[in-house]
Design a protein around this ligand. Structure first.
Ligand SMILES: Nc1ncnc2c1ncn2[C@@H]1O[C@H](COP(=O)(O)OP(=O)(O)O)[C@@H](O)[C@H]1O
Ligand SMILES: [Mg+2]
Length: 505
């Protein structure tokens, strides 16, 4: 795509955002300096009727949905940064939907034969119509020659080109933002744009998703809390992925929880334990555990699908996670505080005792009430909030973990409204602590690993932030809602972006 074409698409994207009043939202009027306020007033003249409906995060989600796959990925990544944009905004953005009209069955057959390099009849006894369609790929139901029922995911035709074009527009927007909105520079627009583009490109190779499904399938099989459908490698190519059909019903369907013989409490326990044992024991977890991706069958069997997003935690992060969960379960705040300092998460110039006091403020309200009322993810969220006061920098992996934990807990609570997350978690955390931290070796190992962790973290903090850390700008911390201003200034130009995918394409 030529420069002018990219620029044209950028204007189209800006138009789409302005139509939804998602570029310089009216909610922030009080925060804009005069020239920006004038611009935001002018932009509002272009707002459509939809601009009046919904909160800023909802309006932005709506605009991004229309702008295509890269914009959708951008929204999904922004939605993980509640620490910058505030919780409500992040949650609204997280509800962004990636659903599109399917491409025709005949095209799907052709794409599949091309992807696998063989006629369909040599692998499939039958190949059905699409069951779901998203911006990058769609899924079909099919039956193999050996009689197994399978799901086949196929990339959209020409999607690679589309993503490359959107990527060019996003980079242009990011560079303009950096040039024109110095205030947004701390958010590293180009670094962040690169992260978005890379995440989208990885999803354009379904062999990687197949490998993820295979790896997590092995991990899940160890505990039996959850399973993954088997990958059918003969039916895997860069543009196609075949796996066994998941048993049971998707949790997103009405009928899922009314199946006879279902043990809801056990089901919710299995879900929490599956997630924690993946993250803690193996350091690799399914990071997209929403209801549409979870199939359940009686009595308490869970099958996960959709392995496009996988989280990974290194040994120091796993230790950190186990120690804080265990510390909170034991109400040993001094110890949780010490873990933060040992791992180098909190700079040594702060006081351990003061940090422990702040932790107590997070922990005690939890344990004063029935544990079942307080989500574990909220403890993590609050923990991450107070850590800002202590200049703690968060690793992206931990943010992804916390976001997934929030999703998993929400699902567990809907499966069993009385569910007690903390007692569900305890056996997994206890097992980990018992195995990894036998009293004799504990102190010696902690010292060694803490040192390693500090060294690693020191290295990491030298890396450009968008990939690793996005810091809250100091004055955004002071004024609530300020984070959104930074963001708005960022999108102002970026938004003068993306575009018109729908518009000029
Ligand atoms: N192994 C499977 N068994 C049953 N249904 C599946 C399977 N894989 C995908 N599907 C169906 O296709 C839909 C889309 O597949 P998914 O892998 O979740 O892709 P997306 O990334 O678009 O959400 C799922 O919501 C589900 O209805
Ligand atoms: Mg899915």
């Amino acid at each position: 795509m030529s420069g002018p074409a990219a620029f044209g698409r950028l204007i189209g994207a800006g138009w789409m955002l302005a139509r939804n009043d998602a570029l310089l939202p009216r909610e922030l009027d009080a925060l804009y300096p005069p020239p920006i306020a004038a611009l935001s007033g002018a932009l509002r003249l272009f707002a459509g009727p939809q601009a009046k409906v919904g909160r800023p995060g909802e309006r932005l989600a709506r605009a991004l949905e229309k702008l295509g796959p890269v914009a959708i990925k951008l929204g999904q990544l922004l939605s993980t940064r509640a620490d910058i944009f505030g919780r409500e905004f992040a949650e609204d953005l997280a509800r962004l939907k990636d659903r599109l009209a399917p491409f025709p069955q005949e095209v799907a057959r052709k794409e599949l034969e091309l992807a696998l390099g063989r006629p369909l009849e040599t692998l499939f006894a039958s190949f059905g119509p699409p069951v779901a369609a998203a911006s990058l790929a769609q899924a079909h139901e099919a039956v193999l020659l050996d009689g197994r029922r399978v799901a086949v995911k196929i990339l959209r035709p020409r999607i690679g080109r589309r993503v490359a074009q959107d990527a060019e527009v996003l980079m242009l927007a990011a560079r303009l933002t950096e040039r024109l909105a110095p205030a947004a520079r701390r958010l590293e627009p180009t670094g962040f744009a690169r992260t978005v583009i890379r995440a989208t490109e990885l999803e354009l190779d379904l062999r990687l998703e197949a490998a993820g499904a295979d790896e997590l399938g092995e991990v899940m099989a160890e505990d039996g809390y959850m399973r993954a459908p088997k990958v059918v490698w003969d039916g895997v190519g860069k543009r196609a992925l075949t796996m066994e059909w998941a048993q049971g019903k998707p949790l997103s369907s009405e009928a899922a929880l009314t199946q006879p013989g279902l043990d809801r409490r056990q089901l919710a326990d299995n879900l929490i334990r599956a997630f924690l044992s993946q993250a803690l024991d193996r350091g690799v977890f399914h990071a997209d555990l929403h209801e549409g991706n979870l199939f359940v069958a009686a009595p308490a069997q869970i099958t996960a699908i959709d392995f496009g997003i996988i989280g990974r935690l290194g040994a120091p992060e796993r230790r950190y996670l186990a120690e804080i969960l265990w510390g909170f379960l034991q109400r040993d705040y001094e110890r949780v505080a010490q873990v933060h300092f040992d791992a180098g998460y909190v700079p040594a110039r702060h006081s351990v005792a003061e940090f422990a006091q702040a932790l107590r403020a997070v922990g005690e309200p939890v344990f004063g009430r029935a544990a079942s009322e307080v989500p574990m993810s909220r403890v993590l969220t609050q923990l991450f909030e107070i850590t800002a006061l202590f200049d703690m920098r968060l690793r992206t992996e931990l943010v992804l973990l916390q976001k997934t934990m929030m999703a998993v807990e929400g699902v567990a609570r809907r499966i069993d409204p009385e569910h007690d997350i903390w007692s569900a978690a305890e056996p997994v955390v206890r097992r980990w602590i018992a195995r990894e931290l036998s009293p004799a070796t504990r102190i010696r190992r902690l010292a060694g690993e803490a040192e390693l962790a500090v060294r690693n973290l020191a290295k990491l903090t030298a890396v450009p932030p968008a990939e690793v850390i996005v810091e809250t700008p100091p004055d955004a911390r002071r004024r609530g809602g300020g984070g959104f201003l930074w963001f708005a200034l960022g999108v102002l130009t970026s938004g003068l972006a993306f575009l018109a995918g729908a518009w000029l394409a």
